[in-house]
Design a protein around this ligand. Structure first.
Ligand SMILES: [Fe+2]
Length: 260
C-alpha cells in the first residue's frame, strides 16, 4: 500500500490535500478565526492608539526577530535522503529562511513609522504577557517533531498573519495614519506578508502532508492539529493583551472583589 502524498491539484486549494488534512484545516480554522476576527485589527484601523501600538510592536518583536531561527531549528531536524518529507522540508526551509532575511528590519521600520523608536524593541523591556507567542514557537521548533514545528510556525502563524496583514494593508484609514512620504517604507512588512505569505502557509501545509503521508495515524494528526490551534491561541492571547493592557492586573483583583 502506497501511503505517500504527492500533490497533483493546485497548491492553494484545500481539495488538493489528503482527506485528513482537509478535516484538520477545517477544525483548526475555527480557532484561526479568533485571531483574524480579533478586535485588535479594528482598534488599529480606527485611529492611532499609542499604548496599543507600542504593546503590539514591542511585544511581537521577539517572534519577528526569531522567525528565521525557528525555521533553522526545523531545518536541523531534517536529514537529506532519509525520506521524501525530509527532502522537501530541507529544500523549502533553506530557500525560505533567506526570504525572511530582511523582515526584521522592515518590522523595525514599521515600528518607527508608528512612533515607536527601534531602541524600545531592541532593548526592551517587553510588555508583560506578550511573550507567550514567541515562547510557544521556540518550544515547538526546538522540542517537537518536524511536522509539528512546520505546521505550528509556518502553516499556522504565517497563515493567520497573512490574513490579518491583509486586513490592515487594505485599510485606507490605517494607511492614512502614516505620512504619505514615508508610508510605503513604513508598511513594507505588511505589504510583504499580505502577499508573499499567501503561498507560504500552503507550501508549509504541503510539506506537513508529505511528511505525514496520505494515511497517518489519528494520534499524529491530532497532535499536529493541537500544535496549530496552540499557535492561534497564543496569537489571540497576544492580541487581547494589546487591546487590554491592564487585563492581568484586573484578573488578579477580581477574586478580592468577589470575596468582599
Ligand atoms: Fe516574514
Amino acid at each position: 500500500m502506497n501511503t505517500s502524498f504527492e500533490r497533483t491539484g493546485p497548491l492553494m486549494e484545500l481539495d488538493s490535500y489528503p482527506q485528513w488534512a482537509q478535516e484538520m484545516v477545517g477544525e483548526c480554522d475555527l480557532v484561526k478565526h479568533t485571531v483574524v476576527d480579533h478586535v485588535l485589527w479594528d482598534v488599529m484601523r480606527e485611529e492611532p492608539n499609542p499604548e496599543v501600538t507600542a504593546t503590539f510592536m514591542v511585544g511581537a518583536w521577539p517572534m519577528i526577530e526569531r522567525f528565521p531561527g525557528y525555521m533553522a531549528q526545523s531545518l536541523l531536524k531534517t536529514r537529506f535522503g532519509r525520506s521524501a518529507g525530509d527532502n522537501a522540508a530541507r529544500r523549502w526551509l533553506v530557500r525560505n529562511i533567506r526570504v525572511e532575511q530582511n523582515h526584521a528590519e522592515h518590522w523595525l521600520k514599521w515600528a518607527e513609522g508608528s512612533g515607536v523608536p527601534r531602541e524600545e524593541l531592541l532593548e526592551g523591556p517587553l510588555p508583560p504577557g506578550t511573550q507567550v507567542m514567541a515562547d510557544w514557537c521556540e518550544e515547538v521548533s526546538r522540542s517537537d517533531s518536524l511536522a509539528a514545528s512546520v505546521a505550528a510556525v509556518n502553516y499556522a502563524i504565517e497563515g493567520a498573519t497573512g490574513e490579518w496583514a491583509q486586513i490592515l494593508y487594505d485599510s485606507e484609514s490605517f494607511a492614512a495614519q502614516y505620512p504619505a512620504d514615508t508610508r510605503k517604507a513604513s508598511l513594507r512588512w505588511l505589504q510583504l506578508h499580505a502577499a508573499y505569505d499567501d503561498r507560504h502557509p500552503w507550501e508549509a501545509l504541503e510539506i506537513v502532508c508529505i511528511i505525514l503521508g496520505a494515511e497517518p495515524k489519528a494520534t499524529e494528526v491530532a497532535h499536529v492539529a493541537e500544535c496549530i490551534k496552540r499557535s492561534y491561541t497564543t496569537m489571540r492571547i497576544f492580541g487581547t493583551r494589546c487591546v487590554q493592557p491592564g487585563r492581568i492586573l484586573e484578573a488578579e483583583e477580581r477574586p478580592q472583589v468577589a470575596a468582599a
